[in-house]
Design a protein around this ligand. Sequence first.
Ligand code: NAD
Length: 500
Amino acid sequence: MTHLVTHWIGGKSVEGASGIHGPVTDPATGAVTTRVAFASAEEVDAAVAAAKEAYATWGRSSLARRTEILFRFRALLDAHRDDLAALITAEHGKVHSDALGEVARGLEIVDLACGITVQLKGELSTEVASRVDVAAIRQPLGVVAGITPFNFPAMVPMWMFPLAIACGNTFVLKPSEKDPSAANRLAELLAEAGLPDGVFNVVHGDRTAVDRLLEHPDVKAVSFVGSTPIARHIHATASAHGKRVQALGGAKNHMLVLPDADLDAAADAAVSAAYGSAGERCMAISAVVAVGGVGDELVRRIRERAEKITIGPGDDPASEMGPLITKAHRDKVASYVANAAAEGCEVVLDGTGYTVEGYEDGHWIGISLLDKVPVTAKAYQDEIFGPVLCVLRAATYEEGLALINASPFGNGTAIFTRDGGAARRFQLEVEAGMVGVNVPIPVPVGYHSFGGWKDSLFGDHHVYGNDGTHFYTRGKVVTTRWPDPADTPSGVDLGFPRNH
Ligand code: NAD
């Protein structure tokens, strides 16, 4: 085991001198396949220094130069979809088709960044007063940092850096230490596309690296995606150090199924959204709220579909669901199912104790379906982040809505109904940042923005779309007067300037 995932600083692979590294595991086999270097505070400082130096030139580079490089990066990414997806599967465990989907959704943000010329056009008002014009422009911040979770090792970094660098910033990424290789591959592709050294840097590691980024005076903004407790810490610490922060946290996404819904479509959607990527998605549906008398039939149809899911290694084309990220996480997910009956849930499917032949040391768990889940159950209250779907019952739309709105999380939600009026009410009344109507995973397209409410996001800006451009730039308003020789000469006037 000699391979080491190194940092990427100033356009070069850097082993780092901290002497600390962590194991990277193939979740399907449980074998440690690689080590990843953990950065010390000094190594983070070196990455920030490289980014600061690069910013002196990149921050003033033309839009034409930036987009030329981004278009080349887009082409390279497109050509390397398959090997990037294979890298994701090897360290994350998700099935290859799902990893390809992740790359495609990241590429969407690169597309958006290629069109930064339009987004940064600015505004101009002429003749706001006699011979006075006002221009509003947006300028980059400087060095910005991104801290990302394990569940989308390519897509979530791409929610951040394409727009950040398109806006003229330079970037330091601290990816998840659990599946670090995709970040380095993206760095190599950016270099191949002609991105100048130091514009994009990667430091690997744990809290030591993160905390240095949060405190570093030269880091002007921090984008974070991960669990709610860490999102709170990031938001509080980076804000206290005067930085702009967007910190996206965890989720418990509800799907409200009204009695008039197409039950087959609802069951298909619930199964796909609950068990896809083994439930390790921040937009996974983890709670179905069945309204009226629809519960028994809906649970029957969900069970029928869930039992047919093929679980296996992500690189086997027959697999629909892969293993969980670590053994510890697998055991934690299993504990929720093991305690469910004692907490008052009806255990319809119990996925604990599942293994795959020939891969006995993999981080496996099967499908779990819990019915008639009380809101007091831990399985309902916590974000489990595994293939466990809770079904709750509500007598009316109002009761279901109140239940969803009582959740501390507010990332995504969905309603399944044929009633346009009820769907419209739901859009307006539900407390969540992303709403699907007969769409279970309403991840916004790249040119809209992604973000939740309540404990699912700390900060003002959602990621990508127009919010992304706003987050990575600051506004400046320039008021200009060009006097005409025919004007009456100026004189001293101590009154507050008025426009006329
Ligand atoms: P995590 O919070 O454990 O880790 C996220 C990042 O923070 C990693 O880079 C990690 O190294 C770092 N980190 C971990 N502990 C830290 C600490 N004490 N101090 C400083 N940094 C620390 O999250 P995860 O397990 O990698 O990812 C899963 C979580 O991410 C889930 O809660 C999921 O809902 C959430 N997520 C949210 C979104 C969203 O858009 N809201 C998207 C994807 C994932």
